[in-house]
Design a binder for this molecule. Structure first.
Ligand SMILES: [Zn+2]
Length: 650
């Protein structure tokens, strides 16, 4: 038995937001962090090594990459990456967070740490502010150059842009010449110019340092963060030069995978139009604004990322992705589909607009006008249509093989969708296309149970042992799928719910694979279980799957924290003992463990559903005399229960 020994964070209210700590723990890899100090060897799903906290000759110190947790079976020490740095490297909580944040390049938000820490944080902020100042200064210099350059002015006019729009977006011009910025920044050697990405620095052996402007003879598009600060630039050539588009490099203030061009400028129009239009280039954004579509934004020469989509949905519930009609546009659209799927809840709308092959939004709106473009937006393809198209691609639906191929293509896409009405309708559509019954397809995509031949069944060890999570007895790692002994029935639901909590906290990825019936059932369990599952669901919507190490941080002071700690305490997946009737858990691959845990969860949930249906049946019967619909409800509930009970292994 082991108890979580990770030191609690300081009692004073932490000014580092909890969500940051969770994000940090989700990004960090405890195996890497521990691996800096302890030699680890892969053994099954985990890594093993000699415990750094007590002297030992054979390894009993285990690190789980899926849970993002370490645990020593010898001395009981355990915790996440932050805990390890605190315990082993002697850091305090804030120092450990900072160390980790630095390792993963994540700037730590506000804190109220020691004066030195505060000073360091202030310096970092100041530095970011300074970088922003430098960029801002360059932006206004580029803007002035635009006014005085007739070529650049003519070019923008030729593209149909007025001075008003150019001003609204702060467009500018970077003149020809290698060191034009030297006239703006008297100290051209200032390292800030290099750090901000404005100047390129080449140090060559034996010769003098070479410094020159990154952007030369280009139309400049300042990229602003949501606060309106200039964080970088996009530069476009006016002629046929290459590269056509050049962006600022990644800097402490600029990350392409997170930022969207035009989002700051689009705020007002976004609220008015009710949707956001995502394009592929800054020229599209500016041209669309010129024609009255001020709510367009653009990715910065990268495919759409999860962070982009998250950001978009913070500003609007409706997103229209616009892509060029060529093959590259189609590929980009497919990528956007993949990242948007987990966010496509029933209250949101995601559409895909495909322009004719030779057009981008800029050229299309100039050729056909704003009404034609508005029609394109109205007729854009809904996500459901595009998802089906994407899955069907290359499948010959006239043959059984082709339909099976479709089933396999569609499965992952469908499973990624959040539960809801859209997901269910798509299941029905796919069932039609694949020519399988709805339930057949669902059981194909979400197998209710493991194949018995693959997963040897454990002898029934008695359910009672599993109810006690504080028991010192070695925990039976797997939930027995045998029938419970008679007489223990009343005790069981709580233990099953405990067990479901443990499986889902240990591998949250399983949450999204559950049916909405199962989600609802779990979230409606009495406290503390139900509220814990509801919390898990909200975490899933916000962050996607998080490892246990990150969930544990998020649960601090949650009413169900004690339950979570209690069940996780009993269930580290490596048990110090091995069983002769099956391979040692250490020897099992991660994938096998995941499969097994999914099967275990499924069986468990089916039992919980049956319990719930029985209660509902009793309630229906009780109200049959006053409620004419109750009898019918009773029959439906009973039929559902029987169908669950006849599933193998239940
Ligand atoms: Zn130890």
């Amino acid at each position: 038995m082991w108890l979580p020994t990770m030191p609690d964070p300081p009692e004073v209210p932490m000014a580092i937001p909890q969500s940051f700590i969770q994000e940090l723990l989700a990004r960090a890899d405890v195996v890497d962090i521990v691996g800096r100090y302890v030699q680890l060897k892969k053994g099954g799903a985990n890594y093993m090594g000699l415990c750094p906290f007590h002297g030992e000759k054979s390894p009993s110190f285990s690190v789980s990459p899926t849970k993002q947790f370490f645990h020593c079976f010898g001395c009981g020490k355990n915790g996440n990456a932050i805990g390890f740095l605190m315990e082993h490297a002697g850091m305090n909580f804030v120092e450990a967070v900072k160390d980790l944040a630095q390792t993963y390049g994540m700037p730590v938000p506000e804190d109220d740490a020691s004066p030195q820490e505060r000073e360091r944080a202030a310096l970092a902020r100041e530095r970011q502010a300074t970088l922003s100042d430098v960029l801002e200064k360059a932006a206004s210099a580029y803007y002035k150059h635009l006014k005085s350059s007739s070529t650049a002015g003519q070019y923008l006019k030729g593209r149909g842009l007025t001075g008003e729009i150019a001003k609204a977006y702060g467009l500018g011009y970077a003149p020809e010449g290698w060191r034009s910025l030297a006239s703006v920044f008297p100290d051209y050697q200032d390292p800030l110019l290099v750090d901000s990405g404005l100047v390129i620095h080449h140090a060559e052996d034996g010769s003098e340092d070479k410094r020159y402007d990154r952007f030369r003879d280009r139309i400049m598009f300042p990229i602003r963060n949501i606060k309106g600060e200039c964080i970088g630039f996009g530069g476009r050539v006016m002629g046929d030069g290459t590269p056509k588009y050049l962006n600022s490099p990644e800097t402490p203030v600029f990350s392409k995978g997170r930022e969207l061009y035009g989002l700051f400028e689009a705020r007002q129009a976004l609220r008015e139009s009710g949707y956001v239009l995502v394009t592929e280039g800054y020229m599209d954004v500016v041209a669309l604004a010129q024609w009255g579509f001020g709510h367009a934004v653009a990715t910065l020469g990268t495919a759409c990322t999860t962070e982009h989509v998250q950001k978009l949905f913070r500003f609007s519930d409706a997103v229209v992705f616009s892509f060029d009609g060529d093959a590259a546009g189609r590929r980009a659209a497919r990528k956007a589909l993949d990242v948007a799927l987990p966010f496509a809840t029933d209250v949101r709308s995601v559409k895909f607009l495909f322009l004719p092959a030779e057009h981008d939004p800029d050229s299309y709106i100039r050729a056909f006008g704003p009404e034609a473009f508005a029609r394109c937006v109205t007729e854009a393809m809904p996500l459901s249509r595009f998802l089906i198209d994407a899955a069907r691609e290359g499948c010959d639906l006239s043959s059984a093989e082709g339909r099976a191929h479709l089933a396999s293509n569609a499965r992952d896409l469908w499973l990624t969708l959040p539960d809801g009405a859209l997901k269910r309708q798509l299941l029905a559509e796919f069932a039609d296309l694949i020519q399988l019954g709805l339930h057949e397809l669902q059981s194909l995509w979400q197998p209710p149970n493991p194949s018995p031949s693959k997963w040897p069944r454990r002898q029934n060890q008695g359910e009672a042992a599993q109810t006690s999570s504080t028991s010192a007895a070695p925990y039976p790692r797997r939930f027995s799928t045998d029938k419970p002994p008679r007489g223990l029935g009343r005790q069981l639901p709580a233990s099953r719910a405990d067990h479901a909590v443990r499986l889902l906290l240990a591998d949250m990825r399983q949450w999204q694979d559950l049916s909405s019936e199962e989600h609802l059932m779990l979230c409606e369990l009495p406290a503390p279980h139900g509220p814990l599952f509801a919390w898990l669901d909200s975490q899933h919507q916000e962050h996607g799957s998080l490892p246990w190490g990150a969930l544990r941080e998020g649960l601090r002071e949650h009413p169900s924290e004690a339950l979570a700690l209690k069940v996780m305490d009993t269930g580290f997946e490596v048990t110090p003992m091995t069983h002769t009737d099956e391979p040692s858990p250490r020897a099992m691959s991660e994938q096998a463990l995941a499969l097994e845990s999914a099967a275990e969860l499924k069986a468990l949930l089916t039992r919980l559903l049956i319990e719930r249906l029985k209660t509902q049946e009793t309630q229906a019967i009780a109200s049959a005399q006053i409620d004419p619909g109750a009898l019918e409800r009773y029959r439906a509930l009973q039929a559902r229960r029987r169908s669950l009970e006849t599933q193998p292994e239940v």
